[in-house]
Ligand binder design. Sequence first.
Ligand SMILES: *[C@@H]1O[C@H](CO)[C@@H](O)[C@H](O)[C@H]1NC(C)=O
Ligand SMILES: *[C@@H]1O[C@H](CO)[C@@H](O)[C@H](O)[C@H]1NC(C)=O
Ligand SMILES: *[C@@H]1O[C@H](CO)[C@@H](O)[C@H](O)[C@H]1NC(C)=O
Ligand SMILES: *[C@@H]1O[C@H](CO)[C@@H](O)[C@H](O)[C@H]1NC(C)=O
Ligand SMILES: *[C@@H]1O[C@H](CO)[C@@H](O)[C@H](O)[C@H]1NC(C)=O
Ligand SMILES: *[C@@H]1O[C@H](CO)[C@@H](O)[C@H](O)[C@H]1NC(C)=O
Ligand SMILES: *[C@@H]1O[C@H](CO)[C@@H](O)[C@H](O)[C@H]1NC(C)=O
Ligand SMILES: *[C@@H]1O[C@H](CO)[C@@H](O)[C@H](O)[C@H]1NC(C)=O
Ligand SMILES: *[C@@H]1O[C@H](CO)[C@@H](O)[C@H](O)[C@H]1NC(C)=O
Ligand SMILES: *[C@@H]1O[C@H](CO)[C@@H](O)[C@H](O)[C@H]1NC(C)=O
Ligand SMILES: *[C@@H]1O[C@H](CO)[C@@H](O)[C@H](O)[C@H]1NC(C)=O
Ligand SMILES: *[C@@H]1O[C@H](CO)[C@@H](O)[C@H](O)[C@H]1NC(C)=O
Length: 459
Amino acid sequence: MVLLTNRLAGAFTVALAGSASAISLDINNEQSIRNAAATASFNTMSNYTSNHTGQIPGYIPDAWWEGGALFDTLIQYWYFTGDASNNPAVSQGMYWQRGNDNYMPSNWSSYMSNVDQMAWGLAAMTAAELNYPVETNMSSWQTLAQRVFKVQSARWDESTCGGGLRWQIWSYESGYTMKTAASNGGLFQLSARLARFTGNQTYADWAEKIWDWSLTSLVNNDTWVVADSTSTGSGCATVGENQWTYNYGLYLSGLAYMYNFTNGETKWKAGLNGLLNTTFTNFFPEKYGGMIMSEALCEPAEDCNTSEETYKGLLAGDLAFVSVVAPYTASEIIPRLQGSASGAAKQCSGGSNETLCGRRWYQTTWDGSADMEEQMSATSIFASNLVVYKDAGLATQATATNATTTEGGTGAGNGTSSTDASGGGNGTVTGVTKNAGSTVVCGALGVVAAIVAGAVAVA
Ligand SMILES: *[C@@H]1O[C@H](CO)[C@@H](O)[C@H](O)[C@H]1NC(C)=O
Ligand SMILES: *[C@@H]1O[C@H](CO)[C@@H](O)[C@H](O)[C@H]1NC(C)=O
Ligand SMILES: *[C@@H]1O[C@H](CO)[C@@H](O)[C@H](O)[C@H]1NC(C)=O
Ligand SMILES: *[C@@H]1O[C@H](CO)[C@@H](O)[C@H](O)[C@H]1NC(C)=O
Ligand SMILES: *[C@@H]1O[C@H](CO)[C@@H](O)[C@H](O)[C@H]1NC(C)=O
Ligand SMILES: *[C@@H]1O[C@H](CO)[C@@H](O)[C@H](O)[C@H]1NC(C)=O
Ligand SMILES: *[C@@H]1O[C@H](CO)[C@@H](O)[C@H](O)[C@H]1NC(C)=O
Ligand SMILES: *[C@@H]1O[C@H](CO)[C@@H](O)[C@H](O)[C@H]1NC(C)=O
Ligand SMILES: *[C@@H]1O[C@H](CO)[C@@H](O)[C@H](O)[C@H]1NC(C)=O
Ligand SMILES: *[C@@H]1O[C@H](CO)[C@@H](O)[C@H](O)[C@H]1NC(C)=O
Ligand SMILES: *[C@@H]1O[C@H](CO)[C@@H](O)[C@H](O)[C@H]1NC(C)=O
Ligand SMILES: *[C@@H]1O[C@H](CO)[C@@H](O)[C@H](O)[C@H]1NC(C)=O
């Protein structure tokens, strides 16, 4: 058993105590980047109360999916900085919400979308790749990621549009008729990462199948534009054109992992080059110098919803690992991660302690927003810049240590309870009636899933 130490946590505490008034960042100084990431992660977790007595670990109110995105970010933060101070909260939440080891806990499984579930599956995959400690008697992170793959690949729907994964899982949810870039890009990314991690060709075959289907409607391999969604109503002939960083990050990462798995096959390299190009053009606008990431659709009018506020940080994490598994891209990616972090730091002078970050990283003064999601994105853009100081490769099934820890263990509760005993297999829910008729899950695309009252109790 390997005991994870808190070796760096002390240094961060000292750094934090002395920091007030804006986040100063020297992008060429590793310690400076660590300090910025520490401040941003501290501010992110200051808003997290789900680990308090009486609360539901891992649950972000009205946004169940966001817990997965938050922990994915914090696992990367831990990996890049060594600061394990949040690991107890992260492990507790990751296990509490695991359901039947497939991230369909019965409290939320009747309302969640494939995208919501995948946020957690990808966080488990990150934990596996980065050797995040496993708790005693818990399934490995690899197992959790594989089980999410298993239930989602079983939902692949060839009855419409020749394939594709629907956005929603259940037919009573509005959005069930949509096949989205996030649902398909998410499963594509997980398949590609599992292929590299396990070496199992089955996952690579799935990644290829999802990519090939995506090219028939969502991803244009002439312009390399990723559409947000398409609908079974049109036979997937028409698409919604909204451009989101999140969708690009999901596909980019999958392409890079497949590039790596196939030792550089042209098919994946061409897609990777094409989508990187569009990503840079769309989300690193020339009018701000071309090196600073922007959620171009909602930042100009400051009308991003909280889900949309997380996307840039998720793209930053994806790009950091693209530069690792497809090293030839690093020379294009790193300057943009650096430009974005430098920009973000100037944006972090909000709140009474003047360290809260806004969302317009291209604006040199705080833009007045200070949501938890913006602190999370700032954490990610700072931590992702540490990728240049980290030359350790990612774990594979053969090298994963599955190191266990008792320090900072979750102690009470492992998420298993009578109400959590959701059915096995693809997560079919038996007899859940809780919250019937209410709107609960705000999907990653920011559309509130409408629940048809009475249709929730699935036989
Ligand atoms: C800054 O203020 C926010 C809001 O009050 C708080 O949540 C956070 O913990 C503070 N951060 C630091 C570094 O003191
Ligand atoms: C967390 O942030 C939200 C707004 O983003 C705010 O409404 C809430 O009060 C904050 N909670 C804590 C504990 O800081
Ligand atoms: C909850 O998690 C935060 C962030 O890691 C931590 O600072 C805090 O002490 C935790 N609270 C409890 C009650 O465990
Ligand atoms: C499910 O809901 C119950 C009651 O609110 C709560 O105690 C439990 O922690 C929740 N479990 C999950 C996994 O959300
Ligand atoms: C782990 O499981 C084994 C076998 O079921 C049991 O003997 C042991 O007490 C468990 N350890 C912990 C820390 O729960
Ligand atoms: C789950 O599997 C069952 C049996 O294979 C199938 O009838 C059902 O449609 C599946 N449900 C989902 C949501 O995938
Ligand atoms: C490869 O993965 C698939 C899907 O999980 C599984 O059914 C199969 O048994 C695996 N093959 C090997 C050789 O492990
Ligand atoms: C674009 O995708 C279509 C459909 O999969 C394929 O036939 C064509 O070869 C692709 N073109 C390029 C340039 O990759
Ligand atoms: C990148 O995109 C621009 C415009 O969208 C195009 O003119 C250029 O040829 C593309 N470059 C590559 C390398 O694909
Ligand atoms: C695959 O990724 C590893 C890092 O995990 C890297 O060293 C190797 O060069 C990559 N392979 C290719 C073909 O780029
Ligand atoms: C880690 O866990 C995976 C999945 O359970 C297993 O295949 C692998 O052998 C384990 N590695 C070690 C070193 O125990
Ligand atoms: C989770 O905790 C419950 C109650 O303490 C225990 O019965 C169960 O065996 C635990 N499950 C795992 C996988 O450790």
